[in-house]
Ligand binder design. Structure first.
Ligand code: SF4
Length: 472
């Protein structure tokens, strides 16, 4: 629960209320990015309207703005970014106009060879206006000498390595494409005469639209006046979708391979109970992302499930800490405990994942302070040991729990009576072995050169030396 997804995408074609459809599609995917939002729509004849800003979807767009943005097709983006140079100018969609052609794009993922590509493009005369790796793709596509959007995409993406689910707006339609590994999800939806693309199927549900298909790794679509055209990138596809989408990022009501994410998480919890059983009085999850896995643990273990922690959904980034001395306020502002549910009880606390462990320690302390007799922590994923280079914001590897305490001292470090992580094998049994698990195993599907999402920054290499525990 220490991780942040970078982005959510939505595209709509031939909707009479295009900007409103995109707004709703982004709203449903707000969990994929809460720092900025943007929509660009075509007004025909190479004209477009764009609005993007920092803030939640509901803050960035008003009814009046949506009215002004209306067109017959368009794309949208929600984004999480780090601060500073990766902020305002990097908000997507990115838009370029070239020889009368609009090319706008929105990206979910991370290009691992962005720095090399950028250097090559700059020495060829390109001028970059953002610090985002995504702009490299836009430059490469603009340079392709063809008016055919599909040729532009296929040629422009040659040599681009890493994770990219993309939606595009061209003069006469929208396109969507997924990298040959399919790191980030992408789906095709439909309602009446409209075609939609989205990062998650929950975006179709809010529109009462039907999910037609998952866009396969390396597959793309262009939809324009002649209808829907499918294409394939000219490189072999090897499916490696991010396993963290199933563990944590995607909404439980979204579908993946015709099954709700909620069902996968129940199975993760069931596997966890089989691998790490314990005698206890109740099972509970850390809301909201661990609810399904805790249900699975309860089903498989026979230990009753109880709701113990309550999450506030109204804390924003603008929260003011009135008392700086309250060290655990960051957790307490979000999560409170129902005391009489834990008093004198042996409790199994299920979390979807641990990266830093800082929040987990504070939550464990909450259980202790409210009289839990025992606290057993169960993690519905393997231990995170390696950084992600494919579009997930992770802390510096020095801050990973795996590097803070040796495995046999983890329970003591976190203040629990016992701790159990799901094995990589169990994760594979649930999500399949065609998924990326590099942050658990260190086996990256594509070579990584220490590059992060922001082409002005470089992520640190993983380290294994244990650090001193920090105070709770
Ligand atoms: S490294 Fe981890 S977070 Fe990144 S894509 Fe792979 S599984 Fe997902």
């Amino acid at each position: 629960m220490d991780l942040k997804e970078k982005c959510g995408l939505f595209a709509a074609y031939n909707g009479r209320t295009t900007s409103k459809d995109i707004y709703l599609g982004l709203y449903a995917q707000q969990h994929r990015g809460q720092e900025s939002a943007g929509i660009v729509v075509s007004r025909g004849l190479g004209d477009y309207a764009l609005h993007k800003d920092i803030g939640l979807v509901t803050n960035v767009f008003s009814e009046k703005l949506l009215h002004q943005l209306d067109g017959t097709f368009g794309i949208g983006h929600v984004r999480y970014s780090t601060s500073g140079s990766c902020a305002e100018k990097d908000i997507q969609p990115l838009v370029a106009t070239h020889r009368g052609q609009i090319i706008a794009m929105a990206h979910n993922g991370n290009i691992v060879n962005a720095l090399d590509l950028k250097e090559g493009l700059e020495s060829d005369g390109s001028v970059f206006t953002t610090t985002s790796d995504s702009e490299v793709i836009l430059h490469k596509i603009v340079r392709v000498r063809s008016d055919d959007p599909v040729e532009k995409i296929c040629e422009g993406l040659r040599g681009v390595e890493g994770a990219y689910s993309l939606v595009f707006l061209f003069n006469d339609g929208v396109a969507a494409v997924r990298d040959p590994f399919g790191f980030r999800p992408l789906f095709l939806g439909r309602k009446d005469g409209s075609i939609f693309f989205a990062s998650e199927t929950c975006a179709f549900d809010i529109l009462n639209a039907e999910c037609v298909a998952e866009v396969s790794p390396g597959e793309g679509y262009f939809v324009g006046p002649k209808g829907l055209r499918r294409f394939q990138l000219p490189v072999p596809a090897v499916e490696r979708m991010c396993s963290f989408e199933t563990i944590y990022f995607s909404r439980p009501d979204s579908q993946f391979k015709n099954q709700a994410i909620h069902r996968y998480r129940i199975k993760l919890g069931e596997e966890l109970a089989r691998e790490h059983p314990v005698d206890a009085d109740i099972v509970t999850g850390i809301p909201d992302s661990s609810n399904s896995a805790s249900l699975g643990y309860s089903i498989a273990s026979g230990i009753p499930l109880d709701i113990v922690l309550v999450r506030s959904h109204y804390t924003g980034r603008t929260f003011i800490a009135p008392y700086q001395s309250m060290r655990d306020l960051n957790v307490r502002k979000k999560i409170n405990i129902i005391s009489d549910s834990v008093l004198g009880k042996r409790v199994v606390v299920v979390d979807d994942s641990i990266v830093r462990g800082t929040t987990s320690r504070q939550i464990v302390k909450m259980f202790r302070d409210h009289g839990a007799a025992q606290v057993h922590l169960r993690i519905a994923s393997p231990m995170v040991r390696h950084p992600c280079f494919f579009g997930i914001d992770m802390p510096d590897p020095d801050d990973f729990l795996a590097n803070k305490a040796p495995a046999d001292q983890l329970a003591g470090y976190l203040g629990v009576d016992s701790i159990g992580y799901l094995s990589v094998d169990a994760l594979k049994r649930v999500v399949g072995d065609q998924t990326c698990m590099a942050c658990f195993t260190g086996k990256y599907p594509v070579p990584v050169n220490g590059q992060s999402n922001c082409i002005s920054k470089t992520a640190a290499a993983p380290e294994s030396a244990p650090l001193e525990p920090e105070p709770v």
